[in-house]
Design a protein around this ligand. Structure first.
Ligand SMILES: [Zn+2]
Ligand SMILES: [Zn+2]
Length: 295
């Protein structure tokens, strides 16, 4: 009992930490915006229109920075606000009724089956897991992400992957875009217009962006391999060595199970109506297995 209470306190603390992470995320974006746009590349665009090479490179950096910023913020909002997928109410009862009519049983079979969550008192569809921070079962749960104060599951995994990808690209761009300031500041160029305060901001933004870019690179590589093998972070531990994973339908179909079939929407946190209707994995209750699709 005591350990339950401690666990509950820990989970509440993690939820509070989550809201702090949103503020931290906003602060890092604001710092990077100030360093890259307001004091480094923006002045080049507006104060040196006659020097064409620096004008065009500034235009290119600023355009790319803003496109990535819009895409990553959009994906972030979608992954924070969208339900990762919850189990329909009384899901177990529905299954039991099905069993009862199938076998013409007077009474439902006794319940203790492995696919039952005693904390939610509901059945667990395949690939569903109970999240102790959200305190509920989440469909095709991948992990609970404190950065997005939400679980990542069947219905928001694509948004999470896009958020990861665009944040990696943006932080990498920030690192590269701030390198010239370092060279000018340390290279003895007397014409640099940076104050020591401005340089401190650029220095801090570079360190933070470099740290994020490097750690995000590991996550991006890991999630690409999970995506293409149709495995969640939870299921990595369930897979048996040497046996091909039952949900692995080949990399192309695995990709479509998460990103949908409409190529025009692959880069955006959106799904077409047909994909939501035709791909059961996006709803998170049933998943085709290798034997269903003959691969
Ligand atoms: Zn549960
Ligand atoms: Zn959760």
């Amino acid at each position: 009992m005591g350990s339950n209470i401690n666990l509950f306190k820990l989970c509440s603390a993690l939820r509070v930490l989550g809201y702090f992470m949103i503020l931290l995320f906003a602060a890092i974006v604001a710092l990077s915006y100030y360093a890259v746009v307001l004091i480094t590349w923006g002045p080049l665009l507006f104060h040196s229109p006659l020097r064409l090479p620096s004008f065009f490179s500034a235009f290119f950096v600023l355009l790319l920075f803003h496109i990535l910023l819009i895409l990553l913020t959009w994906s972030y909002i979608m992954v924070v606000l969208n339900d990762p997928g919850s189990v329909p109410h009384n899901w177990r009862h529905h299954q039991q009724q099905q069993l009862r009519s199938d076998f013409n049983l007077e009474t439902a079979p006794p319940t203790p089956s492995p696919a039952y969550c005693s904390r939610c008192q509901n059945g667990k569809p395949p690939r569903c897991h109970h999240c102790s921070i959200c305190q509920r079962c989440v469909l095709k749960m991948d992990h609970h992400c404190i950065w997005v104060v939400n679980c990542v599951g069947a219905r928001n995994y694509k948004y999470f992957l896009l958020f990861l990808l665009y944040t990696f690209l943006e932080t990498t761009l920030d690192c590269l875009a701030l390198v010239p300031s370092f060279i000018r500041f340390f290279g003895g160029n007397k014409n640099h217009s940076l104050s020591p305060g401005g340089f401190a901001v650029i220095f801090l933004a570079s360190i933070l962006n470099l740290a994020f870019a490097l750690s995000l690179l590991c996550f991006v590589v890991m999630h690409i391999s999970l995506l293409l093998s149709n495995t969640t972070s939870v299921e990595v531990h369930e897979k048996k060595k040497g046996v091909r994973w039952m949900y692995d339908l080949g990399w192309k179909r695995n990709f479509e199970q998460v990103f949908g079939t409409k190529k025009a929407l692959w880069l955006f946190p959106l799904f077409s109506k047909e994909d939501l209707e035709n791909i059961p994995a996006l709803r998170g209750i049933d998943f085709p297995t290798r034997s269903d699709v003959d691969v």
